[in-house]
Design a binder for this molecule. Sequence first.
Ligand code: NIG
Ligand code: FE
Length: 418
Amino acid sequence: MSNLLIKNIKELVQVEYGEPKIAVQGKAMGILPSIENAFLLLEDDKIHSFGEMKDCPTSADSTIDATGQTVFPSWCDSHTHIVYAGSREIEFVNRIKGMSYEEIAENGGGILNSAKRLQSTSEDDLFDQALYRLNEIISYGTGAVEIKSGYGLTVDAEIKMLRVIKRLKEVSPIEIKATFLGAHAFPVEYKNNRQAYIDLIINEMLPIISTENLADYCDVFCDKGFFTTDESKQILDAGIKYGLVPKLHANELANSGGVQVGTEIGAISVDHLEFVEEPEIEALMKSETMPTLLPSTAFFLNLPFAPARKMIDAGLPVALASDYNPGTTPSGRMPFVISLACIKMKMIPEEAINAATINTAYAMDLNSSHGSICVGKQANVFITKKIPSVAFIPYSFGTDLIDKIILNGKLHSYLTSS
Ligand code: NIG
Ligand code: FE
C-alpha cells in the first residue's frame, strides 16, 4: 500500500460526498462543488480522503505541495475515433474552398477515404498511431475515454480496429470503453444494396465481436445521407442481442429522427445534436439517455452549434466530448471543447465542467468510478499551473494549463514522444 498527499490546494474542484451522483441536469449543472485551501489523499489507485487543510494528514509516503494551484478530476471523453490511418487535410482545404462535408463524402472522400487507408494499414501500425493519440489526449488531462471502430467497413478491417482498441485497453493507464461503429457509412459496393451491408454487420461482424468480447457499445451514424432510422433500429436491436448497449451519432446534419431512435431503444447516449428542437427535447426529457454535445465538430465544420442553453434550461443534462477523428475534429483537447461550450453554446464554466466530468462519465457507464473527487473513485486527477479561478480554464482557450497529471494514484510522465 502506498499513498500520495496533495496539500495546500488553492481549490479542489468537483468534490462529492457519500454515494457518487449518477449525473447532473438542469439548474444543478450550474453548481460545481469545491473546497478552498484543501488536501487530497490518494491511496494506491483510489481516492482515500479529502478536505480542508486544517484536517490534513501530517505524513504520507509522498507529498506534493500545490500552493496556488487547482486540482480537478481528470476529464472524461465519451466520444472519440482515435484509431485511424493518416489524416485528411486535403478535405479541410476543399471545404475552405466551398465544398460541403456531404459533397466530399458523396465524392468518395470522408469516411470512405479513411476506410480505404485503414484497410491497407497493418494492425501494428494502427496501434502505434492510436497509442500516440491516446498519449496526446492524456497530456490534455483526459482520464477515461471511449473509442469507436467505423473506419474499417469490412469484416476484417472492423475487427482489426476493435482488436487495436483491445490492445490499447491492455496498455493504457486510463480506462477505455470500446464501441462498434460498423454502421458509420455504406461502402461504395453496397450503395445499391444497403440491406446486404446491414446483414454483413448483423450476421458476420456482431458474432465475432461478441465471441472475442471486442466492444461495450454499438453505435450507428443515423443521419441524412447515412443510416435511416429503420436501418439504425435494426442494427442497434441486433447489437442489444449480443449484449452491446446502444449509442448513436444523431441529428448532426438534420432533424433525422436519430434522437428519438436513441431514446426509444434505451441508448446510453445520443451524440452531436446540432439539429435539436422541441420534439427531441421532449423525447430526451422522458429518457435516461445522455445528450452529448461535440462542439469542436461544429467549430471545425462551421455547423450550427447544438442548443445547449435551451436543453439545460429545459431541465436536461448535457455531456461534452471531443469526437477526435480525422474528418470532422482532428483534435482531442477537452479544455478547448469546454471553451467552445462556453463561448459558442453559452454554457457557464460550471456547467461545462460538469458536462466534461460527471455527465460524460455517465455516457460511458463510468460515473461510479470517474468524473469527480469522491472517496473510492479512481485516483485520476490533474494539478493546474497557478490559475486565479476555475473560469480561467475556458477563458484562456487553447492554452496548456496543466502542471502535473496523476493517474491511478501515481504521478504520470505525460509528455508525448514522436
Ligand atoms: O462523429 N459523424 C460521423 N462520424 C464522425 C466523423 C466521420 C469522418 O468524417 O471521418 C463524426 O463527426
Ligand atoms: Fe463521432
